[in-house]
Ligand binder design. Structure first.
Ligand SMILES: [Zn+2]
Ligand SMILES: [Zn+2]
Length: 417
């Protein structure tokens, strides 16, 4: 009983402390957010972002930078004075090739040129400006508590999330090597379907394997009036597209998620000319590894079998495995949700269904237990009124002070376990 009271008192002291420190660093952290928002950069070109982060991190007492071949990323560490676990937090840093259409006084007017020469506006339309600033805010809070902090916090500022290669490249450069492997890694993504003041969790599978293929269906071209003298790749391609959907509905256990979507078909030049070939590209989404491989094998079999059935040449199939699926470690999710309920109130700790979108945060989770939650950034009552990657995306900025407090509480809780 007495121990319980003492433990309770300690927790509430830490809580008050974090909330007070959060107020102290609020203005600075909102200024960071506005700078990031006004100065977005495309994937793997986050040079000024990296310089800003480097300068800002070096001003926070106790923070050291871990040098490495991180490209436009950065890795920082904050070591507490007390012994404890090593945990990691990840914030992604890139913007998108979108021209901002908001009325914000700090709206981005940046432009850049894409590979291929097209000019575009650049915008933090995925809210990575919040990810970075909230991480900085949480580090400031923990830095102020470092003399009573157990363990070590590693912070990963990861570039190129949008192109899906940032996490891969940092891990390949040895992010978790040399004794740096953390006990767990966490992150959040801001989310406009969730109101400011709430956090969303999903236990287990959270994002999909983002795979796909490029297929060239081969035939024998000829006059549209005499199809019997040709091998028509258009009808063959059409059969294949329908057969892909049969794979999902007839050959995959409904308890295992799979989606095949053909997003592009190209072929032919004129209504009465049967072309030589038709090109198809598709995205393939699954969660577990077994289904991932099964769907690939069934697509190969379907494509080859249908071509053979009409006497067509063997199709060219380029199948690739992209970003792997994300898995939120159930034990870690349970622990973090206790913090959500304490800080936000039980009614604001919400559950969302797993999706088939992709996120390269998943790559860390292939190595250590991981959890990425969703932080609500919709103005209350306006959930679903905007979407990520939209030129009008405009996060409720009150999510910055609340987010830094919540992230600091989550990290503090983990460091004390
Ligand atoms: Zn995005
Ligand atoms: Zn994003």
């Amino acid at each position: 009983m007495v121990i319980g009271m003492v433990a309770g008192a300690t927790v509430s002291l830490a809580q008050d402390d974090i909330s007070r420190l959060s107020q102290k660093f609020e203005k600075q952290t909102i200024d960071d957010r506005r700078w990031f928002h006004e100065n977005p950069e495309l994937s793997n070109r986050e040079f000024e972002t990296q310089a800003y982060l480097r300068k800002t991190l070096l001003e926070i007492p106790g923070v050291v930078l871990i040098e490495g071949n991180w490209g436009t990323g950065l890795v920082a560490e904050l070591k507490g004075d007390l012994p404890g676990p090593r945990i990691a937090w990840r914030a992604d840093t890139d913007g998108l090739p979108i021209t901002e259409d908001t009325d914000l006084p700090f709206k981005s007017t940046r432009r850049d040129t894409l590979k291929g020469g097209r000019e575009t506006g650049v915008m933090h339309a995925c809210g990575h400006d919040l990810h970075m600033s909230i991480a900085l805010g949480a580090i400031r809070i923990l830095s102020a508590k470092r003399h009573e902090m157990p363990g070590t916090l590693m912070i990963i500022f990861q570039p190129a999330e949008e192109t899906g290669d940032g996490a891969h490249d940092m891990l390949a450069a040895g992010l978790f090597d040399d004794g740096r492997k953390p006990r767990c890694v966490m992150a959040f993504h801001d989310h406009p379907t969730i109101a400011y003041g709430q956090a969303g969790s999903c236990s287990g599978w959270s994002t999909a394997n983002v795979d796909g293929f490029r297929l060239t269906v081969k035939g024998l071209g000829g006059h549209g009036a005499y199809p019997h003298r040709s091998i028509d790749p258009v009808t063959l391609a059409a059969k294949m597209v329908l057969a892909f959907n049969d794979i999902v509905s007839r050959e995959i256990d409904v308890n295992h998620h799979a989606v095949i979507s053909v997003g592009k078909i190209e072929g032919g030049t004129k209504n009465n000319v049967i072309p030589n070939e038709v090109k198809i590209s598709a995205t393939v989404r699954t969660h577990d590894e077994e289904t991932r491989e099964a769907v690939r094998d069934k697509i190969i079999r379907t494509v080859q079998g249908l071509a053979e059935s009409v006497g067509a040449p063997e199709p060219e199939l380029e199948y690739y495995f992209g970003t792997p699926s994300g898995y939120n470690d159930p034990a870690l999710v349970r622990q973090v949700r206790e913090v959500f309920r304490r800080v936000l109130g039980p009614e604001n700790d919400i559950t969302y269904q797993p999706g088939m979108g992709g996120e390269d945060f998943s790559r860390y989770g292939k190595i250590v237990p991981a959890f990425q939650f969703r932080l609500g950034v919709a103005p209350p009552g306006l959930e679903n009124s905007m979407s990520l990657h939209s030129p009008q995306f405009n996060a409720d900025e009150r999510a910055v002070p609340l987010g830094m407090r919540l992230v600091a509480e989550v990290l503090w809780d983990q460091l004390n376990r």
